[in-house]
Design a protein around this ligand. Structure first.
Ligand SMILES: Nc1nc2c(ncn2[C@@H]2O[C@H](COP(=O)(O)OP(=O)(O)OP(=O)(O)O)[C@@H](O)[C@H]2O)c(=O)[nH]1
Length: 296
């Protein structure tokens, strides 16, 4: 077969429309460039949150359950407030500070509180808000065979810093579980329909809380469900989870209330919202419940 010799790369680019850059009249060095964002004036309204979202960054996470340290791909939303006398924020400082954070810190509510205060200060504003979501993996052993595998839950940290009122910290976790319908068990000669349920717990904690809430929230969801999901199940395990579900039937309401009872007993949790969603196996629709409680 004949080998065709292609033109050099620069020539190929010209062929496809690339042109030489022009000399131009606008300044090329930073000092001479107009700093529009910092041009003082009266811009009518303050803005509560301005910044960037959907920022993907690797993070290191620690937890009380194995694997004790892991890397995750997190998605960040980084914002600050903006006074009416500022035209805009210096957005590049958000990713600049995120990179500095990534180089030295594990991801946790405590380290995010530090980052929020830094973002606020770097932007010459009085407050900053951070939201970050990541998948967190934890080791699960099958109930009978003890076969190991990794399960995961979606974790979200929301941290707000405000010069006047201080910090606000919220932690959310979505855990997947099994529920078996109490009504179906009660009325049927045999069997009972069951479903995969999702429990999303959002808690506001005290600022000094050092609890690993990832493990505590998974524990709250799993220990109150009909049964637990496992990555690896052999026959004796399958028998165990099937029977466990039958022994612990739960309506979507039951699960929301039982998880609430566990969170209520944690002193460091000041406010919580529980959202349960069961993907019904006898319907095309889901069964849902939402429970909110504020202790303060
Ligand atoms: N405020 C604002 N900035 C934007 C917007 N869209 C893009 N930008 C960003 O403007 C940034 C460049 O501006 P700055 O961060 O102010 O850059 P700079 O002034 O050289 O940065 P400093 O040296 O920290 O003062 C880029 O990172 C763009 O992403 C927008 O809608 N509003």
């Amino acid at each position: 077969m004949m080998t065709r010799v292609l033109p050099p790369k620069a020539e190929r680019h010209r062929l496809f429309g690339s042109v030489e850059p022009i000399e131009g009249t606008k300044p090329k060095n930073k000092e001479a460039m107009t700093d529009l964002q910092n041009k003082p004036s009266d811009y009518f309204f303050p803005i509560q949150q301005v910044g960037i979202s959907k920022v993907k960054y690797p993070v290191m996470v620690e937890s009380a359950w194995a694997p004790e340290t892991q890397t995750a791909t997190a998605e960040f939303r980084l914002t600050t407030n903006l006074g009416a006398d500022y035209k805009g924020i210096n957005m590049s400082r958000l990713t600049e500070q995120l990179h500095a954070f990534y180089q030295v810190h594990l991801l946790s509510p405590e380290t995010l509180r530090e980052l929020a205060a830094i973002l606020s200060r770097e932007m010459n504003q009085t407050g900053a808000q951070i939201e970050v979501t990541f998948p967190w993996f934890f080791l699960k052993k099958a109930p009978s065979s003890q076969k190991e595998g990794l399960a995961h839950a979606e974790v979200t940290y929301r941290v707000e810093f405000d010069e006047a009122s201080g910090y606000k910290t919220e932690i959310s976790l979505e855990a997947a579980i099994t529920t078996l319908c109490p009504c179906s068990k009660e009325i049927s000669e045999y069997s009972a329909h069951n479903q995969r349920g999702f429990v999303t717990m959002t808690i506001r904690t005290t600022d000094d809380s050092e609890t690993d809430w990832k493990t505590a929230l998974v524990e709250a969801a799993e220990s109150n469900a009909s049964s637990i999901l496992y990555p690896v199940l052999k026959r004796p395990d399958e028998k165990a989870v099937t029977e466990r579900a039958y022994e612990n039937p739960r309506f979507v309401e039951d699960l929301a209330r039982l998880v609430a009872a566990d969170l209520y007993e944690h002193d460091e949790v000041r406010e919580f919202t529980i959202h349960c969603r069961n993907e019904e196996s006898i319907h095309q629709h889901d069964a849902v419940a939402k429970l909110h409680y504020n202790k303060d």
